[in-house]
Design a protein around this ligand. Structure first.
Ligand code: DGL
Length: 262
């Protein structure tokens, strides 16, 4: 099983992309909705929650972990990798690799939660991948609650997105990383406001592509994870009322959410 965790529903955009790109490889998803949002918590707290989530997924039989939350990936991935021998992949590296490859002018924007932007990990990894690039980051703390309220098409959301993107427009970026797994749900309103020519990198799709590439090239991993008759399961640590609608919007179908304690 592929274990995927996020603070809540955002990581379902990753789970959906994995379902589509890696058929036959069952996944277990954990959305820690009881403790969401992670993006405004301290690194110590996010690490503690990520540790518990990983323990849960491994107990359920996960053989590989996907950190489908940029806030968790940017603060806890080092701890998790040093603590567990299982393969752990996260949303940041694949998005960085793609941005470094596609940007023509080397001016790259990153938007994410406060935890993600404050960690500086996107900047660090982008500089490692492409030392001459200029990285412009913008924390967008209001966007996650707006998505969770289902306000994706509201005028207020469009105004807030425009305000957050304004400083990045001024920097003439040609590539923008959506460094939060909630933001793919806002892509339609982000694209026209950052400028149609700006290449938008969706960290959810990139991590699923990265996983697919791993499965295509690593026969041992493929054999350990291939189980076409095993159904996908979706666990959450709480079921607040808007979650079913949001999950349905992401998957395009009704998803059975199983409540557990982590
Ligand atoms: N999904 C989280 C991320 O990618 C955002 C939600 C949160 O703050 O917990 O950063």
């Amino acid at each position: 099983m592929i274990g995927i965790f996020d603070s809540g529903v955002g990581g379902m955009t990753v789970a959906r992309a994995v379902e589509q790109l890696c058929p036959g490889f069952p996944l277990i998803y954990l959305g820690d909705l009881a403790r969401t949002p992670y993006g405004s918590k301290s690194p110590a707290m996010i690490t503690e929650y990520s540790h518990r989530n990983t323990e849960f997924l491994l107990r359920q039989g996960a053989k590989l972990i996907v950190i489908a939350c940029n806030s968790a990936a940017s603060t806890a991935s080092g701890f998790l990798r040093s603590h567990y021998s299982q393969s752990i992949i996260d949303v940041i590296f694949p998005a960085v690799a793609k941005a470094a490859a596609v940007s023509k002018n080397g001016r790259i924007g990153v938007i994410g939660t406060r935890a993600t932007i404050n960690s500086g990990l996107y900047e660090q990894r982008l500089q490692d991948a492409r030392p001459e690039c200029r990285v412009y980051s913008q924390a967008c703390p209001l966007l996650v609650p707006l998505v969770e309220e289902g306000w994706m098409e509201r005028r207020e959301t469009k105004m807030i997105v425009k305000k957050y993107l304004h400083p990045l427009r001024d920097k003439q970026i040609d590539t923008l990383i959506l460094g939060c797994t909630h933001y793919p749900l806002l892509k339609k309103i982000i694209a026209p406001r950052i400028g149609r020519k700006v290449h938008i990198i969706d960290s959810s799709v990139e991590v699923a592509l990265h996983l697919k590439q791993l499965l295509d090239t690593d026969a041992e991993l493929r054999a350990a994870l291939y189980a076409p008759d095993t159904p996908n399961r979706f666990f959450v640590s709480d079921i607040p009322s808007p979650v079913h609608a949001l999950a349905g919007k992401i998957f395009g179908r009704t998803v059975l959410l199983e409540k557990i304690d982590v």
